[in-house]
Each structure stands twice: as structure tokens, then as C-alpha cells.
Design a protein around this ligand. Structure first.
Ligand code: C2E
Ligand code: MG
Ligand code: MG
Length: 290
């Protein structure tokens, strides 16, 4: 049974690997952008870039499976470079519109991308696109912090010294060792969507009470450590109400918008734009990455 399962997985991996190299060759990868919003006003303050493989026969493939395969085969470096390039191109286009001049883009980074030349590579690409480093956020997970201990803290420090910010993604699902918050200087904590969906449980039930307590604890700790908080995966008004009540100011989720191609964002069909009136005040401190 083991051999059979192993064989199936190996075959699947090979298949995914082939699709990845075909996608890179034929420009099937696209970056789509999900709005990150100020929960009270619902205006969009930034975007998370999410990778999509637009396959001519199979349609849009979500990233988790091929990202994992790419991480195992080394293809993640090429994909990561492409994501960075597409993210910066998007920022350049967004910043050319008055209503998006102060927006930012957050990109997901895998552990394998934290190589010694990453800070120089980022600095070079940001400058080539004339993007202020504080408009780029790097999202990393607790697993990345665990996997890549050697030298990671100093790479993060160098990249933060450039001016980029870091967000700890999927917070609460990994090992959530509080020592990471101490050792690795991040700016933002993203509460994983599993906590947010836990808010759907019947009020007063044990699970609902525990979910509330956990979110409140994450928010309280983050505030004490002067970290911003973003709630992920907000899907309904009731979740939104609870989160605002618990002091969460920033979030993303299908309630506000799914990840869309940049052209759709720019056509104003999805993301609610910030009030132009408030643009001069829009510094990092009120974009969720202060
Ligand atoms: P993530 O970074 O935590 O991204 C959030 C995921 O939640 C996205 O899934 C997004 O579409 C989904 N999501 C957002 N709002 C909602 C909601 O209200 N309800 C539900 N059910 N889902 C919501 P997606 O795009 O499938 O991405 C999955 C993961 O793949 C990402 O999780 C990230 O870890 C990884 N990923 C995506 N793009 C990249 C990339 O460019 N590089 C790397 N290394 N990883 C990436
Ligand atoms: Mg993310
Ligand atoms: Mg996440």
C-alpha cells in the first residue's frame, strides 16, 4: 500500500512539475490581487498578490499544490522572482492612478527564497520600478521561520532596513511559538482564517467562547508588541461585527472581494477605493503596516 501511495504521489509531483515548467515557459502564471481593507470604512488600503496558474485547458488553478511541489523541486525560486516582478509592475501601475497612490502590495515568500542575495535583489528591483520600499510587504509563515533559522533573522533585518515590512501569515496555525515574535522582527500578524470561521459557531457555545478568547489574546498580545493585526478570510457581516468589537482594524476576505486580475481592480469593479480626500494622511500608520 505504501509503495502504491508513494508511486501515485511521485507521479503526481512529476505531473505538477511539468505543468510548472510549461506555465513558466508560456506565461500562464498571473498574480491576482485581493483587497486588504480598513474594517470600519471598508476602504481598500492595500492588496495581497496571490499566484494563479491560468491553464488553457484546465482553467485557473489555485496555488497551494504547485507551490508545495515547486518548493520541493527548487522551481520556487523562478516562481518567486516572477511573483516579485509582477507585484512590482502592479504597484507601478496602481501608483500611476491618483486614487491608488499610497497603496501597498503584500507578497507571499517561501522559506527557500531567503537567500543571502535577497536584500540586494529586492533593493535593485524596487529601484528599477521606482517603488518606495515601504509599499512592499513580505508575508512569511511560522513554518518559514522554523525551517530557515540560519541567517534568517539577519536577512529579515536587512530587508526591514531597506524599508519593507513583514507580515506573519496564517498566525495561530503553525507552532505559534511566542519566541518567534521576539526573535524575528515582524510588523504585522495575520490571524488565520480558521479563527475567523470559528466565529460562526452558535454564540455562547464552547467553541465560540474559545475562538473569541483566542482572537482577543492574539489582538491583545499584538497591540502590546506594537504589531498590526489583519484578520484573514472574513466572509460575513457577523464575523466583521465581532472582529471590530474585538479591536481588529484591518482585514481581508470574500466579504470585501476575492483576488482579481489587476485590470479588474483598476477598472474599479471590485475594490472600494480610498477616499481621495484622505490621501495626504494615508501614511503607513493607517495602512495596517505602521
Ligand atoms: P495565504 O497567503 O494565507 O492567502 C490567503 C488565501 O485565502 C488565498 O488562497 C485566498 O484566496 C484565500 N481567501 C481569501 N479570503 C478568503 C475568504 O473569505 N474565504 C476563504 N475560504 N478563503 C479566502 P489561495 O489564493 O488559494 O492561496 C493559498 C496559499 O498559497 C496562500 O495562503 C499562500 O500561502 C500560498 N501562495 C499564494 N500565492 C503565493 C505566492 O506567490 N508565493 C508563495 N510562496 N505562496 C503563495
Ligand atoms: Mg498570505
Ligand atoms: Mg494566510
Amino acid at each position: 500500500m505504501f509503495n502504491e501511495k508513494f508511486g501515485r504521489e511521485a507521479a503526481r509531483q512529476l505531473e505538477v512539475k511539468e505543468v510548472i515548467s510549461e506555465a513558466l515557459k508560456n506565461d500562464w502564471f498571473e498574480l491576482h490581487f485581493q483587497p486588504i481593507v480598513d474594517l470600519k470604512s471598508r476602504s481598500t488600503i492595500g492588496f495581497e498578490g496571490l499566484l494563479r496558474l491560468v491553464h488553457p485547458g484546465k482553467g485557473i488553478l489555485p496555488p497551494l499544490e504547485y507551490i508545495r511541489a515547486a518548493e520541493q523541486t527548487g522551481g520556487i525560486l523562478e516562481i518567486g522572482d516572477l511573483v516579485l516582478e509582477l507585484g512590482l509592475q502592479a504597484l507601478e501601475r496602481l501608483h500611476s492612478k491618483p486614487e491608488w497612490q499610497s497603496t501597498y502590495v503584500a507578497l507571499n515568500f517561501s522559506a527557500a527564497q531567503f537567500l543571502p542575495d535577497l536584500p540586494a535583489n529586492l533593493a535593485q528591483k524596487l529601484s528599477a520600478h521606482s517603488i518606495d520600499p515601504d509599499r512592499l510587504v513580505l508575508e512569511i509563515t511560522e513554518t518559514t521561520l522554523m525551517q530557515n533559522n540560519m541567517g534568517l533573522a539577519s536577512l529579515i533585518e536587512d530587508i526591514r532596513n531597506l524599508g519593507c515590512a513583514f507580515a506573519l501569515d496564517d498566525f495561530g496555525t503553525g507552532f505559534s511559538s511566542l519566541s518567534y515574535m521576539n526573535r524575528f522582527p515582524v510588523d504585522t500578524v495575520k490571524i488565520d482564517s480558521s479563527f475567523i470561521s470559528g466565529l460562526d459557531e452558535t454564540a455562547g457555545s464552547e467553541r465560540a467562547n474559545k475562538t473569541h478568547a483566542l482572537i482577543e489574546a492574539i489582538v491583545g498580545l499584538s497591540k502590546r508588541l506594537e504589531l498590526n493585526v489583519i484578520a484573514e478570510g472574513i466572509e460575513n457581516e457577523e464575523q466583521l461585527r465581532c472582529l471590530i468589537e474585538m479591536g481588529v482594524e484591518t482585514g481581508q476576505g470574500f466579504l470585501f472581494g476575492k483576488a482579481e486580475p489587476l485590470d479588474t481592480v483598476l477598472s474599479g469593479q471590485t475594490a472600494r477605493q480610498p477616499e481621495i480626500m484622505s490621501l495626504p494622511d494615508m501614511k503607513l500608520s493607517n495602512t495596517g503596516y505602521g
